[in-house]
Structure formats: structure tokens, C-alpha cells
Design a protein around this ligand. Structure first.
Ligand code: PMP
Length: 408
């Protein structure tokens, strides 16, 4: 199917804006994507018509907002092919989901157990595991990468021992765009009886995810990176594991019965959803999912990969550019590079591009250990979404050429 780019772009009001007197070219989609009309309108309609608290009201509005929010849970279940609605936990985002897991999993780990992460991880898939390791006396191990930014899978296998309890890896690296071989990682981890968390923050809007086919134990993502609202995320977990985990936060909603002596917990998923959630955000996530489904993830992946190939080729044609993970055979969504000019910072390039109306991200991308491994303080990162065009990439390349001239 040919995608109707003109129609897709017309769904994003922000894209018609000018920034610094230039048409906005938004290439910071790995940080957050823009929001289409159906998402924006649904949030407005929610507050204008059924705003009320969920789950506890007998009154009509409360029932309506509960039905709508639970409809999103059902839509997420279908979207990632979970077995049950109650395996879908609403969170504030990927970071919140990983923190929840790294806390709630405590009853399932023992002193001396090992956690394996990778050199490619975002800080949010490092620090919560360090917290857990400190609290429970666990050991953190790190999978190294090769010169293409790809995980060294033979080294991973060497890191696995009978003490390995958790393997937590991102699906796609936010800093390099490398797609990890998560099927292989999940299989090997399960052979060692370890649980696997996949951080899907960068994958969820680019690839079809089937948690049953992957046989993954936990999968987390953020709504705001998939055309949905900020402050909303999903933790998927297998029922039998979620059942064994202890609640992360206490409060309303997550209880069955409270006395001063003892509290019993609500059933899944509510045991992990203390307090009033982001009701409007959770409801409108359904619209973001529908937006993606209407185009089709296979079409999205194919189109975005063609744009990524185009950027990579155009960058190769320029002299004086270092592109990271350039020769990786499996990349999605992101290209990361630097200008080969001494004593400049990636943000110098970002400022010049911004003056041309081009939004890219610069710096360490919340992946300082990876930057240290690459021997840089940061990179310039262009990241694509379904609405980006080849014409925009031509302008990005013009902007980079200008930056080269100005910074030389
Ligand atoms: N993991 C990865 C791979 C990410 O790209 C991000 C966002 N940059 C996160 C985790 C954290 O996501 P959030 O800030 O939405 O919690």
C-alpha cells in the first residue's frame, strides 16, 4: 500500500507551523512524536463531556469514563497481542514502568542474583536496576557491543549463569537506532530460567509487537512516542509473574480491604494502579493506536526505513561526517552522527539546525555509558516518524552543510 503522506501530514496541526521563520522540520521523534487531530480532539471531548474519576462512581459520567479507559486497555491488549486485558498496566511512561517492575519484582529475586543489561541502554533501563541491586545485593552485568553498535551475543551467552534472574534490554536503541535480536535474547534468557524485560520505547510506533509470539515476560513503552499523550505508558506482564509481584505503590484503587493491621490487594491490573490515573491520557491512547492501525505498522516500517536509508545515503555523500552504527544491518528510526571538527559540541550543530527550523536532538540521549564507549560527549540524532518526507531530509542535509561551513 502506498501511504498517503499528504493526508497523514494534514492530521498534524503542529507541522504547519514555522519555527525561526522557517517551516518546521521535526526530526526529534525518538524524544516524542507529534499528535494527530483524533488524539487532540478526543482529549478535548473527554474534558468537555465525561470528565470524572474512574472505577469508584455509580454515577453516569464515572461509568462512562471507566468504560472508555478500560476500552483503551482492551485496545492495547489487541495491539500487542497480550492474552488478557489485566496483563496491561497503565503507568506514566517507560521510566515509570521499569521502576515499577524493578521494585515489584523484589519477592522474585534473592541476594547474589544477577541482572543483565546492555551497553545500549537508556538511563531508565540502568538506574532502576542499580537501585534494586543496591537494595537486594544483586549483581549488574553489561552486554558489550561491537563496532556496528550491535550486541555481542556470544558475550551475552557467556554472561549468563545459574544466578541470572533478570535480562533487561531495549528493543531498539534510542541513541543509535540499532534493533536488537530480542527473540534470541529471550530464548537464551529463558533457557537459564531468567525473566526478560524489553524496553520497547523506541519500537512501539515502528514495529509490530506480539508479546505472545515473542514469549517476553515484560514489555514497556510510552504513549507519547506513538502519537499519543505524555504522562501515559504501558507495562505488559505475564499474568503468572504479575500475580507473584508485590504492589509498587500503596493508595486508593489498589486495595481489596484496608484495616490498620493489614491490607489486602486488589486483583490485577488494579493492584499496580494506585491513585487516580491520567484518565484523559489513558483514554486517548486508544486514538493513537487507531491512528497507527489505520496506516498499518508494516506500511509505517517500510516507509520509515526508506527515509532512514535516504538520510544515511545523503550523509555518506558529505565529507567530514562520522555516522555511528553506520554498518549495522538492522536499524530503525534513528541516525546518529557528528561533524568531524575539533572542539565542537553536538549542540553547536543543533543550534544551527534550529535556526533553519529543523528540530534534532543533541547530547548524550540519556545513554552516557554508550557515549563513553563511543568516546564522545554526545551525537546529533535525527529520528523519523511517519510524517517525515525526503524533501525535509534534503533540507536537513543543506542545514548540516551550512553547519559545517559555519563551524569550520
Ligand atoms: N527507553 C528508551 C529506549 C527511550 O528511548 C526512552 C525515551 N527517550 C525511555 C526509555 C524513557 O521513556 P520516558 O521518558 O517516556 O519514560
Amino acid at each position: 500500500m502506498e501511504i498517503d503522506l499528504k493526508y497523514i501530514r494534514s492530521q498534524f496541526p503542529i507541522l504547519t507551523q514555522t519555527v525561526n521563520q522557517k517551516p518546521l522540520i521535526y526530526l526529534d521523534n525518538a524524544a516524542t512524536t507529534q499528535k494527530p487531530f483524533p488524539v487532540l480532539e478526543a482529549e478535548d471531548i473527554y474534558y468537555k463531556t465525561i470528565n470524572s474519576n474512574v472505577h469508584r462512581g455509580v454515577h453516569t459520567l464515572s461509568q462512562l469514563s471507566t468504560i472508555e479507559m478500560e476500552a483503551t486497555r482492551g485496545a492495547v491488549k489487541e495491539f500487542i497481542n497480550a492474552k488478557k486485558d489485566y496483563e496491561i498496566i497503565f503507568t506514566k511512561g517507560t521510566t515509570d514502568g521499569i521502576n515499577l517492575l524493578a521494585s515489584s519484582i523484589e519477592p522474585l529475586v534473592n541476594k547474589g542474583d544477577e541482572i543483565i543489561i546492555s551497553t545500549l541502554e537508556h538511563h531508565s533501563n540502568i538506574v532502576p536496576w542499580q537501585f534494586l541491586a543496591e537494595r537486594k545485593g544483586l549483581i549488574l552485568k553489561v552486554i558489550p557491543i561491537d563496532e556496528n553498535g550491535e550486541l555481542l551475543l556470544n558475550e551475552f551467552e557467556k554472561l549468563i549463569t545459574e544466578k541470572t534472574k533478570i535480562v533487561a534490554i531495549n528493543h531498539i536503541s534510542n541513541a543509535l537506532g540499532v534493533v536488537n535480536s530480542i527473540e534470541h535474547i529471550i530464548k537464551k534468557a529463558h533457557e537459564a530460567q531468567a525473566f526478560v524485560l524489553i524496553d520497547g520505547a523506541q519500537a512501539i510506533s515502528h514495529k509490530k509487537i506480539d508479546v505472545q509470539k515473542l514469549n517476553v515476560d515484560f514489555y514497556v513503552f510510552s504513549a507519547h512516542k506513538m502519537y499519543g499523550p505524555t504522562g501515559v505508558g504501558i507495562l505488559y506482564g505475564k499474568e503468572k509473574l504479575l500475580e507473584r509481584m508485590k504492589p509498587y505503590q500503596g493508595g486508593g484503587e489498589m486495595i481489596k480491604e484496608v484495616t490498620f493491621e493489614k491490607t489486602t490487594y486488589a486483583d490485577l491490573p488494579f493492584k499496580f494502579e494506585a491513585g487516580t490515573p491520567n484518565i484523559a491520557g489513558n483514554i486517548v491512547l486508544k486514538k493513537a493506536i487507531e491512528f497507527i492501525q489505520n496506516i498499518g505498522l508494516e506500511n509505517i516500517e517500510k516507509y520509515e526505513n526508506s527515509i532512514l536509508k535516504y538520510i544515511t545515503k545523503k550523509l555518506e555523500e558529505l565529507d567530514g561526517i562520522t555516522t555511528y552504527a553506520k554498518n549495522s544491518t538492522s536499524k530503525t528510526g534513528v541516525v546518529s552522527f557528528n561533524l568531524d571538527i575539533n572542539n565542537i559540541h553536538s549542540s553547536d550543530v543543533g543550534f544551527i539546525l534550529d535556526k533553519q527550523g529543523i528540530a534534532v536532538r543533541t547530547g548524550h540521549h540519556c545513554a552516557q555509558p554508550l557515549m563513553r564507549h563511543l568516546g564522545v560527549t554526545g551525537t546529533v540524532r535525527a529520528s523519523v516518524a511517519i510524517y517525515n518526507t525526503k524533501e525535509e531530509i534534503d533540507l536537513l542535509i543543506e542545514g548540516i552543510t551550512l553547519a559545517q561551513k559555519m563551524l569550520q
